[in-house]
Design a protein around this ligand. Structure first.
Ligand code: SF4
Ligand code: SF4
Length: 73
């Protein structure tokens, strides 16, 4: 469980924007399979062990409110 990101899997549309920005930023490629956020049916959102501590970059690219930065963390 990632401490500084709130997930609302029921709002996720599987648009992959979060995965694309994560993989581009940390691996240099637009490749959802290399993202550190995992979108799993049925609508589960998890983070890999490689997810960078303190990072909340992907939340800035989710327009559906499925991942949001927790305040005060
Ligand atoms: S918090 Fe950062 S490292 Fe983790 S999945 Fe989102 S963009 Fe990737
Ligand atoms: S950006 Fe938001 S809606 Fe799109 S796949 Fe990621 S969590 Fe789901």
């Amino acid at each position: 469980m990632k401490k500084n990101i709130e997930t609302a899997p029921e709002k996720c549309t599987e648009c992959m924007c979060c995965q694309l920005i994560c993989s581009l930023t940390y691996t240099g490629a637009f490749n959802p399979e290399r993202a550190r956020i995992v979108i799993d049916p049925p609508r589960e959102i998890t983070f890999t062990d490689e997810c960078v501590s303190g990072c909340t970059l992907c939340t800035q690219y989710c327009v559906y409110g499925a991942i949001t930065k927790k305040s005060g963390v």
